[in-house]
Design a protein around this ligand. Structure first.
Ligand SMILES: Cc1cc2nc3c(=O)[nH]c(=O)nc-3n(C[C@H](O)[C@H](O)[C@H](O)COP(=O)(O)O)c2cc1C
Length: 410
């Protein structure tokens, strides 16, 4: 949590936009960031005469580092986010939920983790604050938001920062229909001025670092023209870190899944962007399948590498050596130790009465790939898949899955 002392706003709070100014861009100009802060018990010194604003001034430096729990112990260390962002696990809907992130954090202490995309309307209009829940052990973890209304995104960013996320990432890369209908995601590549306005509003409203994840373009856009323009607009808005999924998105005709494979990757363009914007922290994303490949891309000159599917399907291969290969740290636990380390977390989840008790499979579905490529892995996966969802399934299912695997491998 951010204490109100840390984020005390300035007396001459912000250059509030009037409702009329906001309606230039925002169809829903009734959102007031100061109201959101107040509801959350935020800075006491906020003043917002118009009761409708998107900008608030801060006396304190922005959060560009995060306090991290040191290896399960309670000691905290400060870590710059830009350093953590040398490697990140991509935001992935239905995959990178808090259980998945907890697992990934046990494998790598250093890698930056992202939430699934949470839409600003769900947070601000729907009051879905439970979507922000995370375990402090997951840090550094960034919240990804979807939206295109500056005021609404600013309000959602306030909620995220208040919850303790040190980074708020704006999704400009997701091509799904649902996302297009809400006019956010990859379609925003067509309106860099609006993206810049959204970023400005989010940056002004709260202290967490604001970053963007984008494509190189959409549909028949020319990436060599569109991408530099897009980046220069968000840089002018104050964004210092961006992740570029190095392929176009086709908004018509391709499914979201096809949009992750069919449009060709153009890593060279991302490297050109690094030349053009040397002060912008640029992470490259798309098609990275090993930690060695990530290290090579870093050597070639990008500041960060984001890995999605490979990290999810094969977490051990990607993340166990991430700290050693990318950050000069130690190798993470072997997968059997990791499974055993998950026990207290799983048992706490199963006993979580406040949420109607958790199901084993909600955690173990993310553990299926831990032994990928190892003898007996199929038995591990099958036992968990067939038994993890059953009523009353508990820790013994995990132990039995380990036994089944060891037995098959013997
Ligand atoms: C199941 C799934 C869900 C995804 N959800 C999101 C999302 O919520 N936000 C986002 O920006 N990208 C999302 N993506 C895209 C990934 O973040 C990433 O950009 C893409 O998978 C390419 O990286 P990769 O080749 O390393 O997987 C998703 C990808 C997958 C496979």
């Amino acid at each position: 949590m951010i204490s109100s002392g840390v984020v005390a706003g300035s007396e001459q709070a912000g250059s509030c936009l009037t409702p009329a100014e906001m309606s230039l861009r925002s169809a829903r100009s009734d959102i007031c960031v100061c109201d959101v802060w107040e509801r959350l018990g935020g800075p006491e010194t906020l003043s917002c005469p118009q009761r409708v604003c998107v900008t608030v001034s801060w006396n304190v430096p922005k959060m560009s580092e995060v306090s991290q729990v040191e290896n399960g112990r309670n000691a905290l260390r400060k870590k710059p986010l830009s350093e953590a962002a040398k490697l990140s696990v991509a935001p992935m809907m239905d995959w990178t939920d808090r259980h998945c992130r907890y697992l990934h954090r046990l494998l790598s202490k250093e890698t930056l983790l992202y939430t699934e995309m949470v839409t600003a309307p769900a947070l601000v209009r729907g009051g879905a604050r439970h979507l922000l829940r995370f375990d402090p052990a997951e840090q550094p973890v960034a919240l990804q938001l979807g939206g295109s209304d500056p005021a609404e995104l600013a309000a959602a960013a306030v909620m995220g920062a208040h919850e303790g996320y040190p980074e708020i990432n704006l999704n400009c890369g997701c091509p799904s229909d649902r996302v297009q209908s809400g006019a956010f995601g990859a379609i925003l590549m067509q309106d860099p001025a609006l993206v810049a306005e959204c970023c400005r509003a989010m940056i002004a409203a709260q202290p967490a670092e604001v970053t963007v994840k984008c494509r190189i373009g959409v549909d028949d856009q020319n990436p060599t023209e569109v991408l530099p323009e897009f980046l220069s607009q968000i840089v002018a808005a104050g964004v210092e870190r961006v992740t570029i999924h190095a392929r176009k998105a086709w908004l018509q005709g391709l499914s979201p899944k096809e949009n992750r494979d069919i449009p060709p990757l153009d890593y060279d363009l991302v490297f050109e962007m690094k030349q053009l914007f040397p002060h912008l922290h640029i992470s490259i994303n798309g098609g990275v399948t090993s930690i060695e490949q990530a290290a090579e891309l870093l050597d070639r000159g990008v500041d960060g590498v984001m890995i999605g599917r490979a990290a999810y399907h094969n977490p051990t291969d990607i993340l166990q050596r991430a700290d050693a290969v990318i950050y000069g740290g130690e190798i993470g636990p072997d997968p059997v130790d990791l499974v055993l380390q998950m026990r207290p977390y799983i048992e706490a989840h199963l006993a979580d009465e406040s949420r109607g008790s958790g199901k084993l499979s909600q955690v173990t579905k993310h553990m299926l790939g831990l032994f990928a490529g190892k003898p007996g892995a199929r038995h591990w996966r099958r036992h968990l898949s067939e038994n993890g969802h059953r009523d009353g399934a508990g820790w013994s299912v995990v132990e039995d899955a380990l036994d089944a695997m060891n037995h098959a491998a013997a």
